[in-house]
Design a binder for this molecule. Structure first.
Ligand code: GLV
Ligand code: GLV
Length: 315
């Protein structure tokens, strides 16, 4: 049977895969117009949205599609989907968990080590010829034996903790309730976690429940030698407070893959030699992006066939 899909903002690999697969599956792929809305002549026929995690799917867009059945998000995070509205209309929402756990956990480690050991600054130092001219660069900091704290201990958080375990001094985490069976110390208050660790790694879902959790007070508790790593969502951190703390030396450093208003990055962060910046690429490897695109398509296929989706978002 034929199906019409609205593809929104998908990264290259996912968009290509969907476009290549579509004819053999009997699918027609549409794109939104410049107003962000579906082409009016196809709106009635479109029963599915395939959306990038960075593309908002709001009530206005859903209501432009009277026969919408599924929103298949190409990301683990679905904070930009108006879930309440989707539920009120009985629209299924799916995402791509698990397949990206290893890559995101690797990126958390990479940012941690790169920030502590100042790898980008060292690289720039060599390329600029300063090694020969000025001698060795300023010293960096040891990562082994430090106290690591995780804000969030979902699947990705657990993958980060297992990677840290072989070289960390101590590992603790903050979640609302302790995670059953987790071997790490649970800290009931985030500010107490921040005060008791050297590195705080943010790995909670975005959205209203976590917005601004890493506040000025939390950054203050982390302190002038503390390091903040964020591979979750920019909005979880009070970005203005982060800039303030970094600029005035009240925070040791930050490794950031995500920002409050992507793709815009405040000049103060770009100018700071205390941070290491990446353009939201924790899951952006060929292997993982292929697996995410396949999962996005598998969710569409299941729902089109009247079956339960492979990975619906949690209730
Ligand atoms: C990336 O940020 C994702 O949610 O998959
Ligand atoms: C966190 O975003 C997770 O799903 O583990």
């Amino acid at each position: 049977m034929s199906h019409d899909i609205l593809a929104i903002g998908l990264p290259g690999l996912a968009d290509d895969l969907l476009t290549r697969r579509a004819p053999s599956l009997g699918w027609t792929v549409h794109r939104p117009g410049p107003d962000g809305l579906p082409p009016p002549q196809a709106a009635e026929r479109i029963t599915a949205i395939a959306a990038a995690g960075s593309s908002p799917v709001d009530a206005r867009l859903m209501d432009a599609l009277p026969n919408l059945k599924i929103i298949s998000v190409h990301a683990v995070g679905y904070d930009l989907v108006d879930l309440a509205h989707a539920r009120s209309r009985g629209i299924v929402v799916t995402h791509t968990p698990d397949v990206l756990n290893d890559d995101v956990a690797d990126m958390a480690l990479l940012l941690t080590l790169a920030t502590l050991r100042r790898l980008p600054a060292m690289d720039a130092y060599v390329r600029a010829g300063r090694w020969a001219e000025d001698g060795p660069p300023p010293l960096s900091r040891t990562a082994s034996g430090l106290r690591y704290g995780l804000l969030g201990l979902g699947r990705i958080g657990q993958a980060i903790a297992s990677r840290l375990a072989p070289f960390a001094g101590k590992i603790a985490y903050h979640t609302r309730n302790p995670v059953a069976g987790a071997p790490w110390r649970h800290e009931p208050r985030l500010v107490d976690l921040a005060a008791s660790v050297d590195v705080l790694i943010v790995i909670v879902p975005g959205g209203d429940a976590t917005r601004g959790l890493v506040s000025a007070e939390v950054l203050e508790a982390l302190g002038p030698t503390g390091v903040l790593i964020n591979v979750a969502r920019g909005e979880v951190v009070d970005q203005a407070a982060l800039i303030e703390a970094l600029t005035h030396g009240r925070l040791g450093g930050a490794g950031l893959d995500v920002f409050a208003d992507e793709p815009s990055v405040p000049q103060a962060l770009s100018d700071s030699d205390r941070c290491v910046l990446a353009p939201h690429v924790a899951s952006a490897t060929v292997e993982t992006r292929t697996a995410m695109a396949e999962r996005m398509i598998a969710n569409l296929q299941a729902v089109f066939a009247g079956k339960p989706p492979v990975s619906p978002v949690p209730e």
